[in-house]
Design a protein around this ligand. Structure first.
Ligand code: NAD
Length: 322
């Protein structure tokens, strides 16, 4: 298949594109390079197109001959979406609408859309699953929910195969720029700073290794199904347990931890039920935590600043997507 990956230079895209190529697909990457850069695509044999997801002409050109779209491009900053909901809405909702319309005009009718679990569901008794009533508490979650709605409508009205995959908290190599917990903690550890924890560290999250997630995305494009499916590890992990596990892979580097009062608006416990993903996609996240963290740590230790080119300030876990 010829696959167009929007946002393909970002964290997940840079891990996914080599997997798609190894599976024998022709891959085209479309990215504005506002966050990820073309240079992040290692040994990429396909075509790169620089463009904005809100630009209909650029989308039309990118879609020529394409069989399926994997839509990763988004403004993923949760806390920033509260201060500036307009930009988040524009990139995520208007951009996705223009993509779907450009696909319709080109006769491209298969899309896998990157969505999110926690930010859409909001505060709820875990495990999070697809049948829960969505209750986003930040504009980012609301925009992701809106895009799920658009995908569903384009499936219902225009015969699209449109699947939205709700990602849990993804970690792995190539995430240096991310605001998520593992990336923050590893940056802080490498910079010799205390790991910053808000609350007592007993809050739980669902951490899924990016390699497992990308295999789930590959399953979704090959399935050609529609609907909403949650992708995660299916296992709750507390922040204290995560830090203990990072301590093992970072040894002999000593880790120090600074606890701060819990912040309003942060969910205490969340993890997800992946039985739908197992049943519908044969999804099997089998990378154990220590192996996933070891691969991530190894990449964080060897990565070159110039190859990343993305500012990654130390600070609170501001932009975690779940
Ligand atoms: N990483 C996670 O834990 C996580 C969790 C839930 C959902 N998601 C979703 O997965 C997708 C990929 O996330 P990621 O972690 O790789 O994020 P990322 O920020 O690393 O990558 C996003 C890419 O989109 C590009 N982009 C942004 N705005 C664009 C625009 N207007 N036009 C074209 N390209 C644009 C950026 O340059 C970047 O390369 C996003 O849709 C995100 O919401 C990620």
């Amino acid at each position: 298949m010829i696959i167009l990956v929007t946002g393909g230079c970002g964290f997940i895209g840079a891990n996914l594109v080599p997997l798609l190529e190894a599976a024998g697909h022709d891959v085209r990457v479309f990215d504005s390079e506002i966050v990820g850069k073309r240079a992040h695509l290692v040994n990429f044999a396909g075509e790169f197109l620089s463009g904005d997801i809100r630009d209909p002409a650029a989308l039309d050109a990118a879609l020529a001959g394409v069989d399926v779209v994997i839509h990763l491009a988004a403004d993923t900053r949760v806390i920033d979406s509260i201060a500036d909901p307009s930009t988040n809405f524009d990139v995520n909702v208007v951009g996705s609408f223009r993509l779907l319309e450009a696909m319709r005009a080109r006769g491209v009718r298969r899309i896998v859309n990157a969505s999110t679990g926690g930010a859409i569901i909001g505060e709820a008794e875990p495990p999070v699953h697809e049948r829960m009533v969505p209750n986003p508490i930040a504009p980012y979650g609301a925009t992701k929910l809106a895009v799920e709605g658009l995908c569903s409508a384009w499936a219902g009205s225009y015969g699209f195969a449109a699947m939205s995959l709700r990602f849990a908290n993804v970690y792995g190599p190539r995430s240096y720029h991310k605001g998520s917990a593992v990336a923050q903690f590893m940056r802080q550890a490498l910079q010799g700073a205390p790991l910053q924890i808000y609350g007592d560290g007993e809050q739980t999250r669902d951490f899924v290794y990016v390699g497992d997630l990308c295999r789930g995305i590959l399953r979704a494009i090959e399935s050609g199904q529609s609907g909403v499916v949650q992708l995660g590890s299916g296992v709750p992990l507390s922040i204290n347990q995560l830090i203990a596990a990072i301590g093992k892979v970072a040894a002999p580097l000593p880790l120090t931890v600074a606890y701060h009062p819990a912040r309003a608006g942060e969910i205490a416990r969340t993890w997800c039920d992946i039985s739908q993903a197992r049943a519908r996609l044969g999804f099997a996240p089998d990378t154990n935590l220590s192996a996933g963290l070891a691969a991530t740590w190894a990449w964080f230790c060897t990565r070159s600043e110039s190859a990343i080119g993305i500012p990654a300030p130390l600070g609170p876990q501001q932009n975690s997507e779940v």
